[in-house]
Design a protein around this ligand. Structure first.
Ligand code: BTN
Length: 236
């Protein structure tokens, strides 16, 4: 689309038509009402970045395995980023991708469930490519880290190839590989940090992710499991 409000919203509508096949992509040069996680907006300068939504039909996943999708997509984006830069690439749980501690890509996954399984998954990806000015000091782009412009069409192909490889690993049941790769790319794993939680602050180390995709933090009081809205880094 030359422009659209949100590729995710459009892809959700499209995915309800039977003729739409798995792998269809909705992409725009100008997304003017982009949706982010936790009800935030996703703002992207027109013509500068990748803003797209991929339609998947992972009917092999049970509804309680939704986190697997976050895992494979963030890994794929991290794979792609590592092809583009030698700088440090990490996945900030659950699925932000950072280069040198700054966010280069946000992912918003919207699933529709039918019975026990996932019928349609809309994989929204906002990857900062050629934009160089951001409101947030925590944002970055490939151009900011590497110093040159990129061709968006080429980058789209490269990125989607990385997604396909990881998605096929999931479909083939290569869970151990995916788990190990996700953990080895996880931001601040095993380091002592302060976290904000609903009733205050705690200090601890990220030690893993549980089956439901919750973050496991080890504190003096033992291991605690947190959902997305329940925890964030105190200094990020
Ligand atoms: C986040 O908050 O980090 C998630 C951002 C997701 C943004 C992408 S851009 C393409 C797709 N369409 C949307 O409206 N949002 C996602």
């Amino acid at each position: 689309m030359p422009e659209c409000h949100s590729t995710n919203t459009l892809a959700v509508e499209l995915s309800q038509h039977r003729s739409v096949i798995e792998g269809a992509v909705v992409i725009t040069h100008n997304q003017y009402q982009g949706k982010g996680q936790r009800g935030n907006q996703w703002v992207s300068a027109p013509g500068k970045n990748l803003t797209l939504s991929l339609i998947l039909k992972p009917s092999f996943l049970r509804a309680d395995q939704q986190f697997r999708l976050n895992q494979v997509i963030s890994l794929a984006i991290s794979d792609y980023s590592k092809e583009k830069t030698e700088k440090v690439v990490k996945i900030k749980w659950p699925n932000d991708v950072l280069i040198n501690d700054r966010k280069v890509c946000g992912i918003l996954i919207e699933n529709s469930i039918s019975g026990e399984t996932i019928q349609n998954a809309i994989i929204g990806i906002g990857f900062n490519i050629n934009q160089t000015e951001f409101e947030s000091t925590k944002a970055t782009s490939l151009k900011l880290v590497e110093g040159h412009d990129y061709d968006l069409q080429t980058e789209l192909q490269n990125l989607l190839q990385c997604v396909e490889i990881r998605y096929l690993q999931l479909r083939e049941g290569k869970i151990e590989t995916l788990e190990a790769d996700y953990m080895s790319n996880l931001y601040r794993i095993g380091e002592q940090h302060k976290f904000k939680i609903s009733n205050g602050e705690l200090s601890g180390k990220i030690v893993g992710i549980d089956q439901r995709g919750r973050l496991i933090v080890k504190t003096d009081a033992g291991e605690q499991h947190f959902d997305l809205k329940e925890i964030s880094f105190a200094d990020y």
